[in-house]
Design a protein around this ligand. Structure first.
Ligand code: AMP
Length: 428
């Protein structure tokens, strides 16, 4: 007989940086899904879903050739037609593509959109950093270039994080100026770093010529040290950017969102203009959410000049904080009614009782595969049920069922046709 070659178990583990969302975590993801929908509904954002796969040029031309995302982190696919495509590393370019492609500007001025879905970046996995992760994003596209909208995307993102039970958050805010004032600042930065090049990391040496602002968010120790004395953009802002920045902060103050100025926050994407921000929480060095203004993106992609601003929260990071802080959830769905059977006849008829309750829209849990009464009651207890429905030979024969209140131990026998009404009354 031919010997079966045993395959190595590690061949069947998930790919590095990609994670499973297991059944025991689903309640948290469902809660997140609901929270995103609630926040979006409340603040009047409409949902948009774009494909996970986009053309490579979309990100090269928008997120930027020089950015880490495009340079190092894209999952590229080559289709049969040799077309180069990527698994989207972020949501905004796809949303803006759809905005232009379908002429969505007629839906509203501004148009408020939100999305929820997986993103892919080839990063070194670590705490809060995955290669497949989920973002919930809020974008406000069109209308006036009003700082109110900057504040509104921060508020939506901040409230989403709060809604998940995460407190002790604060927003780090900066502005990277606009086409008019940024060049002077860029020049100042280049002057500041002149003569210090040898102390910069390899990437920053190159960025000093191509994109000097990026030197400010380099994580290398030697670059962090050098940036401490670097000039700050606030001293170079044009009147418009200065006013916009100030009033964004005033709006945040109005609703009591705590913020601090971070003069060196630049965010690694090319399309940002003006206000940029990151939402942080105590004890974690990663951002839970981030975003900024991108006034030139629609035009860059062939649309009309359209101011826009957006934010996205990283949902795996919220999960990480929730787990680390052991945030308990009072809304975690409980199985309130648990059906327990005794004997074969009752076991078979239990299926009909479940169908009867389904028609009455009463969710019922069971472990009908277990015959021991003790085990079934233990499971009812574990599920946190309020009521156990106990159905034995005698009850099956007499067409009734026992409802036991698991908190008080009180029992009542009710005829089967009255079961649904009795449960509803008791659960009220
Ligand atoms: P960004 O698109 O870079 O502005 O990121 C928006 C948010 O997505 C960040 O604030 C993070 O919360 C989250 N995020 C970004 N990259 C990752 C990653 N590799 N793994 C998990 N979350 C991420």
């Amino acid at each position: 007989m031919k010997k079966i070659k045993k395959l190595k178990p590690e061949m069947f583990t998930s790919v590095k940086g990609m994670h499973d969302i297991l059944p025991q975590e689903q309640w948290l993801w469902e809660k997140m899904d609901k929270a995103v929908k609630n926040i979006a509904n409340f603040y009047n954002f409409s949902k948009i879903e774009t494909p996970v796969v986009e053309r490579v040029e979309l990100f090269e031309k928008t997120t930027g050739q020089e950015t880490d995302i495009v340079e190092k982190q894209m999952f590229t696919l080559v289709s049969k037609g040799e077309e180069s495509m990527v698994l989207r590393p972020e949501g905004t370019p796809g949303v803006v593509r759809a905005y232009i492609q379908y002429g969505l500007s007629h839906l509203g001025q501004p148009l408020k959109l939100y999305y929820f879905g997986p993103m892919f970046r080839y990063e070194q996995p670590q705490a809060g950093r995955f290669r497949q992760f989920h973002q919930a994003g809020f974008e406000i596209i069109g209308g006036e270039e009003d700082s109110l909208y900057d504040a509104q995307v921060v508020i939506a993102c901040y409230r989403l994080i709060e809604e998940m039970g995460i407190n002790e958050c604060s927003v780090q805010v900066n502005t990277i100026g606009c086409k008019n004032c940024r060049p002077a600042y860029r020049k100042k930065l280049q002057e500041y770093y002149k003569g210090k090049e040898k102390n910069l990391c390899k990437d920053c040496k190159r960025r000093l010529v191509t994109n000097p602002l990026r030197l400010l968010d380099c994580k290398e120790a030697q670059c962090q040290e050098l940036k401490k004395e670097a000039p700050i953009i606030l001293d170079y802002l044009c009147t418009n950017c200065s006013k916009h920045f100030k009033s964004t902060l005033e709006y945040l103050e109005e609703v009591g969102i705590p913020y601090s100025l971070n003069h060196y926050l630049v965010r690694g994407l090319d399309y940002y203009t003006g206000v940029v921000f990151e939402i942080m929480t105590t004890g974690f060095d990663f951002a839970l959410g981030s975003g900024g203004r991108f006034n030139d993106l629609v035009e860059l992609m062939g649309g009309k000049k359209t101011p826009a601003v957006g934010a996205a929260a990283g949902l795996e990071r919220l999960v990480e904080v929730i787990k680390a802080r052991e945030i308990k959830d009072s809304h975690r769905p409980r199985q309130r009614v648990f059906l327990v059977h005794v004997g074969d006849v009752a076991k078979r008829r239990s299926l009909s009782i479940i169908e009867l309750l389904r028609k009455a829209d009463i969710k019922v849990a069971e472990t009908l595969g277990k015959d021991s009464l003790k085990n079934q009651l233990r499971n009812a207890d574990k599920a946190g049920a309020d009521l156990a429905l106990i159905f034995g030979q005698k009850e099956a024969f007499e067409e009734n069922i026992i409802i036991r209140d698991l908190k008080t131990g009180a029992q009542e026998t009710v005829p089967l046709p009255k079961l649904a009404d009795s449960i509803k009354r008791k659960l009220q």
